[in-house]
Design a protein around this ligand. Sequence first.
Ligand code: HEC
Ligand code: HEC
Length: 208
Amino acid sequence: MQKAILLTVAAGIAIGLAGTALTFAQTAPRSPSDSSLRPAASFSNIANERDRSVALFTEMAKVLQHPRCMNCHPATERPRQGDARRLHEPLVVRGKDGHGAPGMNCTTCHGKQNYDPARIPGDGHWALAPASMAWEGKTVGQICEQLKDPNRNGSRDVPGLIKHVTTDSLVLWGWNPGVGREPAPGTPAEFGALMQSWADTGAACPAS
Ligand code: HEC
Ligand code: HEC
């Protein structure tokens, strides 16, 4: 008899705990390392087109501000490394074309593809983004305005931006970063779909 009561109590506690876990999962804010992206279609319930566009860009910013992208779009002359975004060791600088200073070119160490035994990321075009494309330390709204500005984004219109993020090998590397690095959230296709929907809704930027 006593055993039955104990079991009932235990079951009750278990159900209670499961309930708490569920509530937590539903209400907990996204952590910075949240690995998912909301599908573009899930924004269709936002009736106002401008608000929908802003919400789509805000979701895209989870990728733009991820270490995989941010490490190569730094505010200074020096790239950053790893999920903690520490300064690149050894000291290397952008150089005049993003490929490093003479004698310390990116390709001295970075190969055509990831070299996992030494955890060195690679790509045939490995280079630091130009200073005009620095995102580090900027708000989501500032990054958005800058991305749309042909004077700073490599003379691209919005379709050109979409083409870049869906085909450029350095962007795609963000989802295939080799061992010891967290991939950018979602998938390249999901990110491209968010950007397309953002463009279709007028490519509006968040106020801040
Ligand atoms: C002397 C060798 C060397 C040179 C030259 C070099 N790198 Fe690196 N780089 C490394 C190594 C090693 C790592 C991996 C370190 C780690 O994450 O543990 C790395 C990692 C990185 C990362 C981190 C990627 C990530 O998201 O974690 C970036 C970005 C980067 N390098 C950019 C550059 C750029 C741009 C240049 C040229 C301007 C360059 N590196 C030149 C050795 C070098
Ligand atoms: C290894 C370094 C590197 C990494 C990693 C990287 N980029 Fe870049 N990015 C560049 C360089 C270099 C350019 C300039 C290329 C050009 O203009 O053709 C650039 C340009 C861009 C542009 C053009 C417009 C602008 O204003 O910035 C976009 C958009 C972009 N990157 C998105 C991304 C995204 C998204 C990621 C992460 C998924 C990423 N990049 C990761 C180096 C990098």
